[in-house]
Design a protein around this ligand. Structure first.
Ligand code: PLP
Length: 438
């Protein structure tokens, strides 16, 4: 493999291709909390790759498990066949998951997990004789990946507008919960905003409850810039869904596996979903894998008809791929053996103190956090939205720290192995960048 490839043929995802190719940033290797670029620069990873490398990079136990699996069983179809690893993984995941989430359906990404969950919800109502429940409700500012289902229930307009004529019909959206005029500089969950969940009742009544299949939200909206749910908000959604026979889907692609200081956001916020989507931290980012965890009653509803008949017409060539299953099993072991969810809870106040020290720094209009995720929102530069955050990103990178920008917000979601000195380094570097830019 060359370290100096031709850049042009690669059509990069979610990237300004032309500016990237004019000034590329290429990673050569990674270990623990650090990347090393092809120029030999060591970069402290403030975003766990992309909210995914929760155990840190190239964890030896995860690497070893993938290597051993690759040399033993490279592939086995998931259709009418299997391999022991994926069954073991389903068992371990459903043991870890809260409540009655007793079944796991495997996908290859968060986007596929979301579209799978939406299909399970629609099909569940149909197999129970309620095929009239076809409406899906998402939320403004929600991110649920890039499948047609995900962008339809998603609430980020740049992701929708190029495809707007072809989005799923029958989708409505809850209002978002991002109101810094009420909630600026909140540590953890805002006091204000639970009433925004009441809008679900209005939406449901508008369409007639018997037409609504499912509501999907991220417990903490990640890609929109770490929007922490107001106290009581998720419980209200649960109550309204229960009242009307609507399934509640939590998209935990980001919040699962320790990010909020427990195994899942639904544990942290003590609200039980009917379906949960997971990915990213499932394999600590090492091999693509996603899954939908489903309540026992949902799975059971499908188990009718002749026993040889396919119950759910859905699946992927790489569902439960042996390499991904091996990586996930090793990741779960590492999370448990190294106490990484507990570590995330321990380090959360350290991250909170550090990021909130940026209150009053130039351009900062809000700071928010929960667990090991935090956001620093900047006032957009007049006439040049996004540029201020991008300038901070570039300066931080030059100063050996990787942060993420989403709009004019900086997001931090470090690997759960981060230490105090590394948190200080990240926040000090951001502070210096904020002072240096206009
Ligand atoms: N859902 C949420 C909440 C996400 O944050 C993401 C990705 O960031 C996705 C779904 C899509 O996951 P993927 O990029 O693996 O398809």
């Amino acid at each position: 493999m060359t370290t100096n490839p031709k850049l042009e043929p690669y059509w990069m995802p979610f990237t300004g291709n032309r500016s990237f190719k004019a000034d590329p940033l290429l990673m050569a290797s990674a270990k623990g909390m650090y990347f090393t670029t092809t120029d030999g620069q060591q970069i402290l990873d403030g975003i766990a790759g992309l909210w995914c490398c929760n155990a840190g990079h190239c964890h030896p136990k995860i690497v070893e498990a993938i290597q051993a699996q690759a040399a033993t069983l490279d592939y086995a179809t998931a259709f009418n066949l299997g391999h022991p690893g994926v069954f073991e993984l389903a068992g371990k995941l459903t043991e870890l998951a809260p409540g009655g989430l007793d079944y796991a359906f495997f996908t290859n990404s968060g986007s596929e997990a979301v579209d799978t969950a939406l299909k399970i919800a629609l099909a569940y109502h149909r197999v129970r004789g309620e095929g009239h429940r076809t409406r899906l409700i998402g939320r403004e500012k929600g991110y649920h990946g890039v499948g047609f289902g995900g962008i339809s229930v998603g609430g980020l307009s740049p992701n929708r507008k190029m495809f707007s004529a072809s989005l799923l019909p029958g989708v409505d959206h809850l209002p978002h919960t991002h109101h810094i005029e009420h909630n600026a500089y909140t540590r953890g969950q805002p006091e204000w905003g639970a009433h925004l969940a009441d809008e679900l009742e209005n939406i449901v009544m508008l369409h007639d409850p018997s037409t609504v299949a499912a509501v999907i939200v991220e417990p903490v909206a990640g890609s929109a810039g770490v929007l922490v749910p107001p106290k009581g908000y998720l419980k209200k959604l649960r109550e309204i869904c229960d009242r009307h026979g609507i399934l509640l889907i939590f998209d935990e692609v980001i919040t699962a596996f320790g990010r909020t200081g427990t195994a899942f956001g639904s544990v942290t916020f003590d609200v039980q979903p009917d379906l949960m989507t997971i990915a990213k931290g499932l394999t600590s980012g090492a091999v693509p894998m996603g899954a939908v965890l489903a309540d026992k009653d949902i799975y059971t509803a499908f188990m009718t008809g002749p026993e040889h008949a396919i119950e759910f017409f859905h699946g992927y060539t790489y569902s439960g791929h042996p390499l991904a299953a091996a990586a996930a099993l090793a990741s779960l072991d590492v999370y448990r053996d190294e106490g990484l969810f507990e570590r995330a809870a321990e380090m959360a106040p350290v991250l909170a103190d550090a990021v909130h020290s940026l209150k009053g720094a130039p351009h900062v209009i809000d700071v928010r956090n929960i667990g090991l995720m935090a956001a620093i929102e900047l006032k957009p530069r007049a006439g040049a939205p996004l540029m201020r955050a991008l300038d901070v990103f570039r300066r931080c990178f030059a100063d050996d720290v990787l942060v993420r920008t989403t709009g004019d917000t900086l997001a931090l979601t470090p690997p759960l192995i981060i230490n105090e000195a590394q948190i200080s380094q990240i926040v000090d570097t951001i502070g210096a960048a904020l002072k240096a830019i206009d």
